[in-house]
Design a protein around this ligand. Structure first.
Ligand code: ADP
Ligand code: MG
Length: 324
């Protein structure tokens, strides 16, 4: 087993671009482009809560960075770098090698170098803490409070697969190896929509990445913007891997399922064509699923135009006693 410093040198100290100071000093240094603000965000991933102890370490390395890059994407920020805190029960090469590989492959893809971190032992399982830094022009940031009545509501990619995979693995749905095979990638290898966020910066109004469920995360935009929304259920982009599922399971996955890491964003209805062009440039499908309105609350309409009842709630780490 490597010592703390050996493992940092072996897995986390990589050459960085000229002008950056990466792993090895007391702090990392990186320049911020003129006229930009630093966008920063942090996420904790805790064993037993956010991932299973036996999850593929390469997928976990990917996902640990992906969920953080997703926050930069949802702000319209360009990645500058990231830091990684690891609390590990043991320093195991067989785990660290694939974990770091999954991490660095995604960091390289979005030019987000690992510039520092901290490594410690742990008596309570594995905890991964990731902080990302990005750059965005303040006037172009996709803030949650920027939705306006009349805006279109858009969703990138597809919904529902990660939730179904999670419920299958967790035993909340009856075992179905074929369905698990078709949905598991969405849960373990989410693709942060960094390119789309950049293409939408200065064009879209508000944005959020869907981590806790479409309704809950859209709810955050609406609360911050003091607005409401109407969604058309039949227009939501549902993953084909959900075909044939019981309607209640499907509905819960699509409207309430977390771990999606697609973007939900709003833009002026007059910018519909520009939004489609931005999505084309980013090579990501986007779907117009509803609109922002002045009246508070969210109405989801079925294909017949009726308001749907029994809408699912999203994930809450500290639910109050009143909730089931
Ligand atoms: P300090 O004592 O200043 O906290 P450390 O000995 O913890 O420094 O870390 C040495 C160097 O290695 C620092 O530059 C730190 O940022 C980096 N580092 C430590 N752990 C990690 C990690 N998991 N990933 C990336 N860099 C790390
Ligand atoms: Mg340290």
């Amino acid at each position: 087993m490597p010592s703390e410093f050996e493992l940092i040198a072996r897995y986390f100290n990589r050459p960085v671009a000229p002008g950056l100071l990466g792993v090895g000093d007391d702090c990392a240094l990186f320049p911020v482009p003129a006229g930009h603000h630093v966008a920063t965000s942090t996420d904790l991933l805790v064993e037993g809560r956010h991932f299973y102890p036996d999850v593929d370490p390469q997928a976990l390395g990917h996902k640990s960075l992906a969920v953080n890059l997703s926050d930069l994407a949802a702000m319209g920020a360009r990645p500058l770098g990231c830091v990684l805190g690891l609390a590990m029960p043991r320093a195991d090469d067989a785990w660290l090698a694939p974990f770091s590989q999954g991490w660095h492959a995604l960091g390289d893809a979005w030019q987000c170098p690992l510039v520092g971190g901290d490594t410690t032992g742990s008596k309570l399982g594995l905890t991964i803490s990731v902080t990302v830094f990005g750059a965005v022009r303040p006037g172009q940031a996709l803030r949650r409070d920027a939705a306006r009545p009349g805006d279109d509501i858009w969703v990138s990619g597809e919904l529902g697969a990660a939730d179904v995979a999670y419920r299958l693995l967790d035993g909340q749905l009856p075992a179905d190896p074929q369905r698990l095979a078709a949905t598991r990638r969405a849960l373990e290898w989410p693709q942060p929509r960094v390119g789309l966020g950049l293409a939408l910066a200065g064009l879209a109004h508000a944005a959020i990445d869907i981590s806790d469920g479409l309704l809950q995360d859209l709810g955050h935009i609406l609360a911050a913007s003091r607005a409401g929304a109407e969604l058309r259920y039949a227009d939501l982009p549902v993953a084909a891997s959900l075909d044939g599922l019981d309607e209640a399971v499907r509905r819960r996955a699509v409207l309430g399922g977390g771990d999606v890491y697609e973007l939900c964003f709003t833009a002026a209805a007059s910018d519909r064509a520009r939004v489609q062009q931005a999505a084309l440039r980013a090579d990501v499908r986007v779907t117009h699923v509803g609109s922002v309105r002045a009246e508070p609350g969210v109405v989801v309409r079925d294909a017949a135009g009726r308001a749907m009842a029994d809408l699912p709630a999203g994930f809450d780490h500290f639910p109050t006693a009143a909730q089931p």
